[in-house]
Design a protein around this ligand. Structure first.
Ligand SMILES: [Zn+2]
Ligand SMILES: [Zn+2]
Length: 271
């Protein structure tokens, strides 16, 4: 089986201290064939301020160094996790253009509220005791996911962690699932499939595996073919966590391949 983890972070992200070399060494130790680094570039900061640039020089410098150091042992790829693209499509496109032809992979994410709650990252929202706020968070994320997949198809390759709001809703002890939002989720999955994009199975370093069989079933029914997997590791001990399990879930859902990206083009590997 082709072991790949194509959602990982390094010290180029605001919330990681790990040099890429450490992440790559962990990937080799875990037996991965391929690792893609996808550092955060959210067009809104955690507290809702606009962000207009990404530190490509820092990302590329460590990428070039690690790539030569791990040549022959690991297929290392350069990606980006572009968050909140619907907030400012012009800036999103400018940042991707600045990355140039060296960029292998773009994960499309939504971490922030957009147009509500001061545009903060859902991480900072306190959901305890407020079921209405929980529902609004999921609806806001799905509205912006719809905008991403219908109007900004060039700004992502794989749609990242569609269940992101649930991380913090559940953290705060509230009960909510995506299952009540099926009529909002299915059109998004259909659009992802129709436009030749991929859906990400995000293991959140092994913690989030339970939702994926049902989401993948919907995705397949919506015509989905391309699936990517990522651990979302922010430290070496989390690299590849949950990836073998995720690949088994993808296979059990009826998919016969897993997808990685080279120069923003999908490459499929048989499961
Ligand atoms: Zn993310
Ligand atoms: Zn991430």
């Amino acid at each position: 089986m082709y072991l790949c983890d194509i959602h990982t972070h390094t010290l180029v992200s605001h919330d990681s201290h790990a040099p890429l070399e450490q992440q790559a060494a962990a990937a080799v130790a875990a037996g991965l064939n391929e690792l893609c680094v996808t550092d955060h570039c959210d067009l809104l900061s955690g507290h809702g301020e606009p962000v207009t640039s990404f530190n490509w020089p820092a990302a590329k410098e460590q990428y070039h160094q690690a790539r030569s150091r791990f040549a022959g042992r690991l297929d290392l790829r350069l990606g980006i996790e572009l968050g909140a693209a619907p907030y400012d499509p012009k800036i999103a496109r400018a940042i991707l253009a600045e990355g140039g032809g060296e960029v292998d992979f773009v994960l499309g994410s939504l971490h922030n509220w957009i147009g509500e709650e001061g545009n903060i990252d859902l991480f900072y929202t306190r959901f305890a005791g407020d079921p209405d706020l929980c529902r609004r968070a999921v609806e806001n994320a799905l509205t912006n996911s719809w905008t991403l997949v219908t109007e900004l198809a060039d700004c992502y390759d794989s749609l990242a962690h569609i269940n992101y709001p649930l991380r913090y809703i559940h953290r705060d002890g509230m009960e909510l699932t995506l299952w009540d939002f099926e009529d909002r989720v299915r059109p998004i999955l259909t659009e992802v499939a129709k436009t030749g994009h991929a859906l990400e199975v995000n293991t959140r370093h092994g913690l989030d595996l339970a939702d994926w069989p049902r989401i993948l079933k919907w995705y397949r029914e919506c015509g989905g073919e391309l699936v990517t997997v990522g651990s979302d590791a922010h430290k070496p001990e989390h690299v590849a966590k949950g990836i073998p399990e995720a690949l088994a879930i993808v296979k059990a859902a009826g998919f016969d391949s897993i997808t990685t990206y080279r120069g923003r083009r999908p490459v499929t590997h048989r499961l």
